[in-house]
Design a protein around this ligand. Sequence first.
Ligand SMILES: [Zn+2]
Length: 299
Amino acid sequence: MPWFKRVEKGIHTPTEEKKETPDGLWYKCPECKAVTSMAEHRKNMHTCVKCDYHDRIGSKEYFAILFDDNEFTEMDEHLTSGDPLEFVDSKPYPQRIVATERKTGLKDAVRTAYGKMNGQDITIASMDFAFIGGSMGSVVGEKIARAIDYARKNRMPFLMISKSGGARMMEAGFSLMQMAKTSAKLALLAEEGLPYISLLTDPTTGGVTASYAMLGDFNIAEPGALIGFAGPRVIKETIGKDLPKGFQSAEFVLEHGFLDFIVDRKAMKQKLTDLLSMVMPQEAPAPEKLKKRKAAQAS
Ligand SMILES: [Zn+2]
């Protein structure tokens, strides 16, 4: 008996149902296992056409989605990390940086840029998980701080897209200082009446959650994103209890009041535009006005 037996003779596929696969690449959804062509997956902004699973993407894709015609000016693109602690794990830190740069084509775990989103000026910082787990070291903190300064100077909103495993181990205390630095810069942005939107994507954890990612005027997330501080195992061992179902998902975090809303990637650009049109100060307060307001507050 043959291993395989054809039940129906001939395979009839109408032309309109035939799929072109010029690059021969397919995408299989890890959630529902549906298979689509890579081209279609890209067109759908890297979300599953069947179950809407949001695939992880990087700064390149987010900039293409949000900036009009993918036009933007990148800032500090050549800033790279030093080795303040002469850190060595399985290899010296500088070697790890060079190897990661070569592998990813990135200089560090965040890229910052300004441009227009539906005609509105905006500064965006977007993290890349591919670069040492999207870890926050001195370069990440410094680039974010400078991007916030740019937004302040040019009176435009700031959008932070987080995707991170937390602080960068190889820079230890220097990484932790970035939490204070970025938080202080965000406080200045708020003082000047400029909106800050924080978008948490899969995954946002550790020192990033504990600093800039949760400091938005609006904290929003993509569906299904893992959001937390410590990992579930550490928490379980600490509190000695089982964790609730769906713990640390964007939906769970929203239900418990830590997020303002969850937004589908395909609706992201319009939703952000609508939101900013409501909160962006119509008439930017001049520096003198601001000074007066501060003086009035102080007295
Ligand atoms: Zn799916």
